[in-house]
Design a protein around this ligand. Structure first.
Ligand code: PEP
Ligand code: MN
Length: 333
């Protein structure tokens, strides 16, 4: 729609789309509104809409993902929560332990990462573990401990939801709902987080292509929730010396294909804390929109992902270098 299009003009266009048997989806932009049409099989004639009052242009979307594509919305989607922002020239930093283990552990981590400059506290309360015998998380008690840490530090919370049955519970405590790599194609979970109002961080699946990743985001956005942050966390390749292969090469491409912000998780991306700082610096140099890093006050005692967790001191040093690189690439923390 044109920048000054009225609500009436929008309503007429949407009514026309419905009349044709399709669905209008409003995609909010910084200067103008786009209306994404879904439900059509094959291309529509742009002339159907170009003649309508208030329409700037009708653009056929050539990709199978539509609402998340840059074609429907050329400007970046910026997601601002608390003092942190992903996209639109800002670089958001999420830090915290893999799992919430105790009040002392999460409070100490929250205070440390906040003073080092993190914008968000992470910590899993529901943990997707490869072994059913491994620590599965503190569940609701973990969520309560996260909420206490938020009260203490002001840091918004990012935490994983693994099951549609828990979406309401997790959304009661969390500021950002994390969809883990193993659930990237759990379509009912994607629809459930799309139908609620909290922002969502969607992690790339273990063996997901970029197309599958963007189609998963499309499932969430199609339900009306445009606050989706993508997260590259490494994919499975033939390499066995790193936990995963962090696909940094996907970032510039994903930024061209979608308006959604994309962040990098070098902790799961490598599984190796000695590699994390260099990849975190690469993340900001590349033009990613943020970073997620695992930090634990005593990595050697962590109940999960200790080998890839930074100490608070290592995280503080990393943040200094990230801050130094930011202005070079035109980003602000
Ligand atoms: C995590 O963030 O702790 C996690 C389980 O990540 P992933 O889903 O990427 O493995
Ligand atoms: Mn982890």
């Amino acid at each position: 729609m044109k920048a000054g299009a009225t609500r009436d003009e929008v309503a007429v266009v949407e009514a026309r789309i419905r009349e044709l048997g399709f669905t209008p989806n409003e995609v909010p932009g910084s200067t103008r509104l786009a209306i994404g049409i879904t439900g059509n099989q094959g291309p529509l004639d742009p002339g159907l809409f170009n003649v309508m009052s208030g329409v700037a242009e009708a653009v056929p979307i050539s990709r199978p993902w539509k609402l998340v594509s840059r074609e429907v919305k050329p400007d970046d989607t910026a997601i601002k929560i608390g003092d942190g922002q992903f996209g639109g020239g800002r670089f958001g930093v999420i830090a915290g332990p893999c799992a919430v283990e105790s009040r002392e552990q999460i409070q100490a981590t929250a205070i440390a990462v906040k003073s080092a400059g993190a914008h968000f506290l992470r910590g899993g309360a529901f943990k997707p573990r490869t072994s059913p015998y491994a620590f599965q998380g503190l569940k609701e008690e973990g969520l309560q401990l996260l909420a206490e840490a938020r009260e203490r530090t002001g840091l918004p919370i990012v935490t994983e939801v693994m099951d549609t049955r828990d979406v309401e519970l997790v959304a009661r405590y969390a500021d950002v709902l994390q969809i883990g790599a193993r659930n990237m194609q759990n379509f009912s979970l994607l629809e459930a987080v799309g139908a609620q109002r909290r922002a969502v961080m969607l992690k790339r699946g273990l063996s997901a292509t970029i197309q599958e990743f963007l189609m998963a985001a499309e499932y969430i956005v199609k339900q009306g929730n445009y606050n989706v942050i993508l997260c590259e966390r490494g994919i499975r390749t033939f390499e066995t010396m790193t936990r995963n292969t962090l696909d940094l090469g996907s970032i510039p491409l994903i930024k061209r294909l979608t308006h959604l912000p994309i962040i990098i998780d070098p902790s799961h991306g490598t599984g190796d804390r000695l590699s994390v700082p260099a990849l975190a610096r690469a993340a900001i140099a590349l033009g990613a929109d943020g970073l997620m890093v695992e930090v634990h006050p005593h990595p050697e005692m962590a109940l999960s992902d200790g080998p890839q967790s930074l100490t608070p001191a290592e995280f503080a040093t990393l943040m200094e270098s990230v801050r130094a690189i930011a202005p070079v690439v035109g980003l602000e923390l």
